[in-house]
Design a protein around this ligand. Sequence first.
Ligand SMILES: [Zn+2]
Length: 136
Amino acid sequence: MDPVPEQYMKNIKELACVLQVIRDHIKAPLVITSGYRGPVHNCSTKGSADMSHHTEGLAADVKARNRSPKELADLVIMLCEENLIHNLGEIGIYPTHLHLSIKGKIEIWAANGASVAEGQSNKVGQLRSRGLQGIA
Ligand SMILES: [Zn+2]
């Protein structure tokens, strides 16, 4: 992994707090497959065009052995609904992992052949209308 510049450490810590809330609920390790990416690394990462949040320490890609990416997305949405996570940005569902970012407007999307369930997009819409967003 690339070293994190000092200016992004605050973001990394905030992101880690969100990941810890998720980890506490799945009661299993949450494997971070990608966290901070330096600008050069990000350009060479496949499918990274929309992933600039990784370059500011605002995003992580995660997976868990006991939950599919879609199930992880359901859990994250539930944790937001229960106000246990306040600052979520994007939830990106991939076949192999979940992309999470903090701050900004909450969004859900899918990539590489994965799909977003209607129930999930409805719930995210409700969270958005409730004004869930970080202090960008
Ligand atoms: Zn990502």
